[in-house]
Design a protein around this ligand. Structure first.
Ligand SMILES: Cc1cc2nc3c(=O)[nH]c(=O)nc-3n(C[C@H](O)[C@H](O)[C@H](O)COP(=O)(O)OP(=O)(O)OC[C@H]3O[C@@H](n4cnc5c(N)ncnc54)[C@H](O)[C@@H]3O)c2cc1C
Length: 413
């Protein structure tokens, strides 16, 4: 078993974690970044970090490569123990990581909601399909529908089209009035307005259907057809693939395990990105879903604050607050409509890991009972998919989190 120690340890090598590392390394000579992927970059830059044109990415990479920041990739943190020590599973076995200050930058994941047929081959998550294609999965010539809610639909549709997919429609559940309001909000943020306009230009010719959602999908052995509700009327589209996701959910499991306070499902932080636990900071999507710019600025504040550069941190408060406000606008725009609660039928699978249908789960009054009696949420994803769905469908609270927060080999425990 290996043991690693650093004055400042950052969990998560996405934009927030990278920005935190670079800021912290301006002061501290002992900074380490831990990420479960083979390379840095997080969800947005993963696998394409060297090729991305984003100037923020380029700056962060060169700072990290030229600096003394220690990188620990392929390491999934799964437990915490006394004395400021974390346990991580790596291909070479368990590693223990000792920290003086800890910055959590664990990002977010997609939210999935069940509907009849959602387990058919050919149905993917929106970000999931994007990640697969970044990893080499071919979509050339495939007829794809991108559906659900949130800005990721547009980014993914553009990416899939650039890789040769025929994107037939972007299906957004939010009503047009909210999308228009978001458009007006973008006018106050010129960088986002330009980004949005460039994206829309690249998507010309693809219908953007608002007030529209997938009610079911059909196919003999794999997906053949998507059924939609569009402005109150049923419609259907023949296609090969459906990418469907409902905005993002924060990865708060590690913060919960450490005992950090959560408010409304997000990690509660003060102006310096400090959590309720001493010496533990949090930055990026776990504190609120607000996009790349919020993650970068929060990461920088957390890095400065953890390293003792409070003036550097304070200078960024206004910028951070602006992007946080943008996150609240996104939340309002892409709030889920109640109709999505009633799509699942009795035989629709809710927990994919343990094959638990809706009829079994709905017999119970709370998550704990449903889990105990049906094994819902007890599979390899530990409720990351069905827990979020159950919260929306039934209004349940799904905590508490127990170690290991991810499945690990018994010898790593
Ligand atoms: C699937 C997906 C695809 C996305 N694609 C786009 C896109 O194309 N365009 C866009 O603008 N935005 C995209 N986003 C949103 C984007 O990720 C955010 O706006 C922002 O960049 C998040 O940065 P972050 O550093 O907070 O988190 P992330 O980029 O998510 O980075 C968090 C990192 O922490 C790692 N991690 C988490 N838990 C652990 C642990 N226990 N141990 C070790 N490592 C851990 C994760 O694997 C990840 O690498 C996507 C989001 C998701 C979920």
């Amino acid at each position: 078993m290996n043991r690693i120690a650093a004055e400042i340890v950052i969990i998560g090598g996405g934009p927030a974690g990278m920005a935190a590392a670079v800021a912290a390394a301006e002061v501290s000579k002992s900074v380490a970044v831990v990420d479960d992927n083979p390379r840095l970059g997080g969800q947005i830059w993963r696998a394409e970090l060297k090729r991305t044109k984003a100037s923020a990415a380029a700056k962060l990479i060169s700072a990290i490569e030229s600096g003394s920041i220690r990188l620990i990739c392929n390491a999934q943190v799964f437990d915490v123990s006394a004395g400021n020590v974390l346990a991580a599973a790596t291909p070479d076995g368990r590693v223990e990581i000792e920290y003086g200050k800890l910055i959590l930058a664990t990002g977010a994941r997609e939210r999935f909601l069940p509907f009849p047929g959602w387990t058919l081959p050919g149905v993917f998550g929106v970000g999931g399909l994007q990640v697969l294609v970044k990893g080499g999965f071919g979509v050339g010539g495939k007829r794809v529908v991108v559906a659900g809610t949130g800005p990721l639909l547009l980014a993914t549709a553009e990416y899939l089209r650039s890789k040769g997919a025929v994107v037939l429609a972007i299906v957004e559940q939010a009503p047009p009035s909210r999308i228009r309001r978001l458009g007006m909000e973008l006018c106050r943020r010129p960088s986002k307005l330009i980004q949005g306009a460039v994206l829309r230009a690249k998507l010309i010719g693809i219908p953007y259907l608002t007030d529209c959602w997938v009610t079911s999908v059909e196919g003999e052995k794999c997906l053949e057809r998507v059924r939609l509700q569009h402005k109150g009327k049923p419609e259907s589209i023949e296609c090969d693939q459906l990418a469907c996701g409902f905005h993002l959910m924060p990865n708060t499991e590690l913060a919960s395990l450490l005992g950090c306070d959560l408010g409304d499902g997000f990690v509660a932080v003060d102006a310096f990105q400090r959590t309720s636990c001493e010496n533990v900071y949090c930055a990026g999507e776990p504190t609120g879903i607000a996009g790349l710019d919020a993650s970068l600025v929060e990461g920088t504040i957390a890095g400065f604050a953890a390293a003792g550069n409070t003036d550097g941190a304070r200078a960024l408060f206004t910028d951070r607050d602006r992007w946080r406000e943008f996150g609240r606008v996104l939340d309002r725009t892409f709030e889920l409509r109640p109709e999505l609660r009633y799509l699942a039928e009795d035989n629709t699978i809710i927990c994919r890991c343990e094959d638990v249908p809706f009829a079994k789960v709905k017999e119970f009054d709370n998550w704990r009972l449903a889990k105990l009696q049906t094994r819902c949420g007890m599979g390899p994803c530990q409720g990351r998919v069905c827990g979020a769905a159950a919260e929306f469908l039934f209004g349940w609270k799904t905590g508490p989190v127990r170690p290991p927060i991810i499945p690990v080999r018994s010898e790593d425990l």
